[in-house]
Design a binder for this molecule. Structure first.
Ligand SMILES: [Zn+2]
Length: 250
């Protein structure tokens, strides 16, 4: 479909975005790491906002128990067993054919992370495990690429914006990744569909702030949300001068 000048008018009208900000959004090159519940909402909002290039990565195919929160997929995708990356690309292009989408059906690992980050200027985290998050963390610190961390389980969500050299990375806060390996996962304790969508929406908001260059407005710490208990607060965090990520990448 041919674009019209008013396609993004409701974003352009915003004082915090404007035409200049929208132009930057349309030039942004973003890696969405993981295509589950968070990745679904992140991709939908970003594609509809006109983010110029999306590299979307996941190794799984959608299953029926994913559909309650993974809003990128439908029952046909499940019955056909199409990989999430490919199903997501088809569904995203149906509403945003002007966006370039690089769909990659792979597991993120130490062996491919630098290839996946090639040409990328922002990473949005939609992963479901700490091990992979730390692989991404170490690479983005090394390459100085901003990274929007997010997680959701049960009724709780977290969001943190990592600007390498300026804000703490994951290792600054959790020096020992093995200490968080045992953290609860949606597969064992469940996740409320709405908290995943909320966390993803906050992550996309943080991504927009980075894209338009308004880093000063980013969340000043870790946002901790419990939607059931009506709790929304920011825990302040500081960079760790002895962070292991510096040693890992030296
Ligand atoms: Zn660090």
């Amino acid at each position: 479909m041919q674009d019209t000048p008013d396609r993004y008018s409701r974003h352009i009208l915003l004082e915090v975005v404007g035409q200049t900000g929208q132009d930057k959004i349309q030039k942004a090159r973003v890696l969405v790491a993981g295509l589950g519940a968070l990745g679904s909402t992140i991709c939908i909002l970003m594609a509809r906002a006109g983010v110029g290039f999306l590299r979307i990565v996941d190794k799984d195919a959608p299953e029926l128990h994913n559909l309650h929160r993974q809003i990128l997929y439908n029952e046909i995708d499940v019955s056909l067993g199409i990989p999430k990356a490919h199903a997501a690309r088809i569904n995203l292009l149906s509403v945003a054919s002007n966006v370039e989408i690089d769909a990659i059906n792979e597991e993120i690992a130490k062996t491919n992370i630098y290839r996946l980050l090639d040409g990328i200027d922002l990473v949005v985290d939609a992963l479901d495990n700490s091990e992979t998050r730390f692989i991404v963390n170490d690479a983005i610190v090394d390459l100085k690429i901003p990274y929007i961390f997010g997680g959701a389980v049960e009724t709780v969500g977290n969001v943190m914006t990592i600007i390498p050299g300026r804000t703490p990375c994951l290792r600054c806060i959790w020096p020992d990744p093995s200490s968080i390996v045992g953290h609860a996962k949606a597969a064992t304790v469940g996740v409320l569909s709405s908290v995943a969508s909320l966390v993803a929406s906050v992550q996309v908001t943080e991504a927009f702030k980075v894209m338009v260059g308004d880093i000063e407005s980013a969340i000043p710490g870790i946002l901790v949300i419990d939607v059931w208990k009506n709790q929304f607060h920011v825990v302040p965090v500081k960079p760790n001068p002895n962070c292991d990520c510096k040693k890992i990448n030296s």
